[in-house]
Design a protein around this ligand. Structure first.
Ligand code: PMP
Length: 304
């Protein structure tokens, strides 16, 4: 079976889902999206969609910013996603990309008087960053965009040019990811991940006001750390120099899972190896995400 996409209110083979070159979102970035993982569990012979509801709730919020009204409930969106993945017959790890966009083929910068459409794509997806050895990061010379410019708590397509600047700068400098600072110089987030440091057996992560996307992995990690390891998370502003002095550091994201950070700006973090708490959280998170930890199975929606 070819992979399918949900496009213009129906399921169509992916190669047939094409937008016109005058589509508003293509010109002005007037769209918002999500990234959801489906994780294949060979023991259960099951593909588990991880925290789909939370992703769709966030999509609905992003849509509010862009004045897009989705004609579907959260339950319907979750069910449509299950149907799409099942129809495509995937039995391996997948990445699901819902995207709501201004679909009118017209010029003119605005949000009003435009039609909307929702598309959902599913594709196979390998590792995004190196979760086994850890990665090197740089702090970006590109500042994180402010809430009153394009709100970073919305997953808005046009906003991701800011992230792309940071990512490419980092990769071209020999690192794997760029950490952006806010316009007033506090740590914000990576181009596709939230950031945590570990000090004195406690997690520390930038606050909701530090121009971050409120990550679903971030929230999952904070809950697992507290409930399973008895580790509290402090949400507070973080200075750049605190990154260099942290005992451990890791990034979180749907694509990135929990990615250990072993160096920032050519300074070793901790011992320069994956930290103990990072490693424990990683194992816990993978077990939960793949449906192996039954206590959290309500976060995993079976496809088959
Ligand atoms: N920040 C940014 C900028 C992102 O693109 C992502 C990925 N969606 C995240 C953080 C992590 O969010 P989540 O854990 O919900 O995937």
């Amino acid at each position: 079976m070819p992979p399918y996409a949900f496009f213009q209110k129906e399921y169509v083979p992916l190669p047939e889902a094409k937008i016109g070159i005058m589509t508003h979102a293509f010109h002005y970035g007037t769209a918002c999206f999500e990234g959801i993982r489906g994780n294949w569990n060979p023991d259960d012979e099951q593909l588990y969609i991880f925290r789909g509801r939370e992703h769709y709730k966030r999509l609905v919020n992003s849509c509010k910013l862009l004045k897009i009204e989705l004609p579907y409930s959260i339950d319907e969106l979750c069910q449509m996603t299950v149907d799409l993945v099942r129809k495509s017959e995937y039995k391996e790890d997948v990445y699901i990309r819902p995207l709501a966009y201004k679909s009118t083929e017209a010029f003119g910068v605005r949000l009003h008087d435009l039609d909307d459409d929702l598309l959902i794509i599913v594709t196979t997806f390998g590792p995004y960053l190196d979760v086994t050895k850890g990665i090197k990061c740089t702090t970006s010379s590109w500042r994180r965009i402010d809430d009153n410019m394009i709100p970073p708590r919305g997953k808005i397509c046009g906003l991701y040019v800011n992230n792309a600047f940071a990512k490419t700068e980092a990769v071209e400098a020999g690192a794997a990811e760029g950490i952006m600072l806010t316009s007033d110089d506090y740590v914000s987030e990576g181009s596709g991940e939230n950031i945590f440091i570990v000090n004195d057996s406690r997690l520390i992560t930038p606050t909701v006001n530090d121009r971050i996307l409120l990550g679903i992995t971030r929230e999952t990690v904070m809950q697992l750390a507290k409930d399973e390891l008895g580790i509290e998370t402090l949400e507070r502003r973080v200075d750049r120099s605190e990154l260099y002095m942290a005992e451990e550091c890791f990034l979180t994201g749907t694509a990135a899972h929990i990615t250990p950070v072993v160096a920032i700006d050519n300074r070793k973090i901790g011992t320069g190896n994956i930290g103990k708490i990072t490693g424990d959280l990683q194992k816990l998170y993978f077990d939960v995400e793949f449906g192996r930890n039954r206590k959290y199975i309500q976060w995993c929606t079976p496809v088959y």
